[in-house]
Write a protein that binds this ligand. Structure first.
Ligand SMILES: O=c1[nH]c(=O)c2[nH]c(=O)[nH]c2[nH]1
Length: 313
C-alpha cells in the first residue's frame, strides 16, 4: 500500500506551435506566432496519479486542439496579443471543466518584423530582425611558377539564418504524382525559410579583389534576397522555393559583376493549416487562418547559380 501523497500537480501540453494570420480585405495581413504551454490542475486529478484513473483527465491532445480552436474562433484582437490570448485560453478551460481549479497558460512569442521597402511596410512579408550572421573565407593558392601577383584567390562570403516568412503568394502545384504522393496541390500557401546565401569572387590579383565593395555587396545580396522573396512577381507565378531561389540569385548576379556564383540553401519550414473540421470549422485551403509550424522535417532546396559561361559546378 502506497503511503505517499501528491502535494501538487499540473499537466497539459507544451510547445503547441500555433500561428494565426489575420487577412484584411485590402490585402494587409498580420501574424501572431506562438509556442503555448497549457497546464491544468485540480484536486480531482489526484486519482489519475495515484490510482490510474483517467476518467476526469482532459487529454493533453484535447488541450492542444483547444488552443487551435480558440485561435480560430476568438475575435482576432483576442488572439493577436499574447497576454489576452493566454488569459482567454485559461478562462475557457476553467469555464468548461468544473473539476479544473487552475489553468496556467504560458506563451512564448516568436517576433516577426514586417519587411519594409522604400520605408513602407510590406503587406504580408516578415523577417527576424538581427538574426542573420555574416561570414567570409579567403583561400589563396600558389601558381606554378610562384608569382607575387599571379595566384588563385577565392573569397567566399555570405550570410546564414536570415529568417523570412510570407503569409501568401507562394505555391507548389503540378508536381510529379505517383502512388507515393499524398501532398495536394497548394495554389496559395505560407512560405517560411531560414536563408543561407553565399557568393564567390575569384581572381588572380589579390590587390584587385581587395578593392571590391564587400559591404555594399553584402547589403545588396540581402536586399535582393528580401525583395525577391516579397516583391518579385516571378516568384508568385511559379512560386516554388526552387523558383524563388533562382530569382534571388539571378538578381544578385545581375547587380554585381564581381560575383562569380551564388549558392543558396533554403529550408522550406512547413506551416500547415490545422484541420479544424472535426469541430465544424473550415480552416483548409482558402479558409486557412490558423497554422501549425512543423519543426522537423523541413524541405531543403539548394542550388549554385552562375553566369552562362561558368558551366555547372
Ligand atoms: O516549393 C516547394 N518545392 C518542393 O520541391 C516541394 N516539395 C514539397 O513537398 N513542397 C515543396 N515546395
Amino acid at each position: 500500500m502506497e503511503t505517499s501523497v501528491v502535494k501538487s500537480q499540473a499537466y497539459g501540453k507544451d510547445r503547441v506551435r500555433v500561428v494565426r494570420v489575420v487577412r484584411h480585405a485590402d490585402g494587409w495581413q498580420e501574424i501572431a506566432d506562438y509556442s503555448v504551454r497549457c497546464l491544468l490542475s485540480g484536486d480531482q486529478f489526484e486519482s489519475s496519479y495515484t490510482k490510474g484513473d483517467n476518467k476526469l483527465v482532459v487529454a493533453t491532445d484535447s488541450q492542444k486542439n483547444t488552443v487551435f480552436y480558440l485561435a480560430k474562433t476568438l475575435p482576432a484582437e483576442k488572439v493577436m496579443v499574447p497576454e489576452v490570448f493566454a488569459s482567454e485560453v485559461a478562462a475557457f478551460m476553467i469555464g468548461k471543466y468544473a473539476h479544473v481549479t487552475t489553468c496556467q497558460v504560458k506563451i512564448i512569442t516568436k517576433p516577426w518584423e514586417r519587411m519594409k521597402f522604400d520605408n513602407k511596410g510590406h503587406p504580408h512579408s516578415f523577417y527576424r530582425e538581427g538574426k542573420e550572421t555574416r561570414w567570409t573565407e579567403a583561400i589563396i593558392t600558389k601558381v606554378n611558377p610562384p608569382s607575387a601577383d599571379q595566384r588563385k584567390v577565392t573569397i567566399n562570403s555570405g550570410f546564414y539564418d536570415l529568417e523570412v516568412l510570407k503569409t501568401t503568394n507562394s505555391a507548389f502545384t503540378d508536381f510529379w504524382r505517383d502512388e507515393l504522393t499524398t501532398l495536394p496541390d497548394m495554389p496559395d500557401r505560407m512560405l517560411s525559410t531560414k536563408v543561407l546565401c553565399q557568393w564567390r569572387f575569384v581572381d588572380t590579383c589579390l590587390g584587385k579583389l581587395q578593392k571590391l565593395p564587400f559591404d555594399a555587396i553584402y547589403a545588396g545580396a540581402k536586399r535582393n534576397t528580401l525583395d525577391a522573396f516579397a516583391n518579385d512577381p516571378r516568384a508568385w507565378v511559379h512560386a516554388s522555393v526552387q523558383t524563388t531561389l533562382y530569382i534571388m540569385a539571378d538578381r544578385i548576379l545581375n547587380e554585381f559583376a564581381a560575383v562569380d556564383d551564388i549558392y543558396y540553401a533554403l529550408p522550406n519550414i512547413h506551416y500547415f493549416p490545422f484541420d479544424l473540421s472535426p469541430f465544424g470549422l473550415k480552416n483548409l485551403q482558402t479558409d486557412a487562418e490558423v497554422y501549425m509550424p512543423i519543426a522537423d522535417p523541413s524541405g531543403y532546396i539548394t542550388a549554385t547559380v552562375s553566369r552562362p559561361n561558368k558551366g555547372k559546378i
